[in-house]
Design a protein around this ligand. Structure first.
Ligand code: SF4
Length: 79
């Protein structure tokens, strides 16, 4: 593996997500897509970010979850 590839693999993804409580309807789709990062706890009406993504796979899962969010309540912070 080249040095550049090794550095790219080790780089921590710098993408954060937030859930706007006003927009979240508690449908739970985001938790299904990214269960390691997003949670709709039983009894809660609004999902929450339990841990920001730390790997490219988690970034992808959270990005997909944001794409599937029907209300736009889950967003990457850079949006
Ligand atoms: S997908 Fe969107 S509306 Fe549904 S629980 Fe997650 S943040 Fe809330």
């Amino acid at each position: 593996m080249s040095g550049a590839a090794a550095r790219a693999e080790q780089k921590t993804p710098d993408k954060h997500f937030t859930i706007e409580g006003d927009l979240c309807t508690g449908c739970g789709l985001c938790e299904e897509r990214a269960p390691d990062n997003l949670e709709l706890a039983s009894g809660d009406e609004v999902a929450r970010v339990i841990r920001q993504p730390e790997t490219p796979e988690e970034v992808e899962a959270c990005t997909e979850a944001a794409d599937y969010c029907p209300t736009g309540g889950l967003k990457p912070d850079d949006d």
